[in-house]
Design a binder for this molecule. Structure first.
Ligand code: PGA
Length: 232
């Protein structure tokens, strides 16, 4: 099981330090790989404070070039230099608000894997796509640009379940995960309003290999509770 906390645009270096110090004091449950994904500016402090612990630190995005005239972007090599272990790519917020496409997601994933970083590649349908009966087609399209790799994990995040409190039912998650796994032999995380209260049920589905947690990962207690649910 893998539990990754996607902090989005929350926690600067001071709050990150506070979180990491608190997390260090806690006993992590067995059989769960734990990852936190702070904003770029907080990666260094997280790497430093979590060094020597079981918790890995990943970024929320990265660019496919090593360096160049790409204002506002950060490369895989730069993340490697910081001691970061991996990166999320293709989060639906990046697709929705920052023009991310299947093609750019694939390029980011490839560059990260080539640089030796682990990747959590996000896929998922919008509410309109689900209502139109297009879920399978959307997932097939989004997954088709990714290549299986030992360092690659896919996160199934139905867009209508992100930050809305609307979680996919365990059956619905299972169905989507099974489809993704039939297309690509990689672990598949579920994401979208995962909380301590619903984590156990979701993690119990056979095709669910962990979770990508947004809001509920910002608090040490609820993050640990989700890790515990995944460990059972
Ligand atoms: P949420 O976000 O848990 O706050 O719904 C999940 C995500 O966007 O990765």
């Amino acid at each position: 099981m893998l539990i990754a906390g996607n902090w989005k645009m929350f926690k600067g270096p001071a709050e990150t330090a506070e979180f990491c110090v608190a997390l260090r004091e806690r006993t992590l449950p067995p059989a769960v790989d734990v990852v936190v994904c702070p904003p770029y500016v907080s990666l260094a402090v997280a790497v430093q404070l979590l060094a020597g612990t079981e918790v890995a630190v990943a970024a929320q995005n990265l660019h496919w070039e090593d360096e160049g005239a790409f204002t506002g972007e950060v490369s895989a090599l730069m993340l490697r230099e910081l001691g970061v272990y991996g990166a999320i790519v293709g989060h639906s917020e990046r697709r929705q608000h920052f023009g991310e496409t299947d093609e750019t997601v694939a390029r980011r994933a490839r560059a990260a894997l080539d640089a030796g970083l682990s990747v959590i590649a996000c896929v998922g349908e919008t509410e309109a796509e689900r209502e139109a009966g297009d879920t399978e087609q959307v997932l097939r399209r989004q997954v088709s640009v990714l290549e299986a790799d030992e360092q690659l994990v896919v996160a199934y995040e139905p867009v209508w379940a992100i930050g809305t409190g609307k979680t996919a039912t365990p059956e619905l998650a299972q169905e989507a995960h099974a489809l993704i796994k039939s297309l690509l032999h990689v672990p598949v995380l579920y994401g979208g309003s995962v909380k301590p209260e619903n984590a156990a049920e979701l993690m119990a589905q056979p095709a669910v290999d962990g979770a990508l947690v947004g809001g509920a990962s910002l608090d040490v207690d609820s993050f640990i509770a989700i890790c515990q649910a995944a460990s059972r």
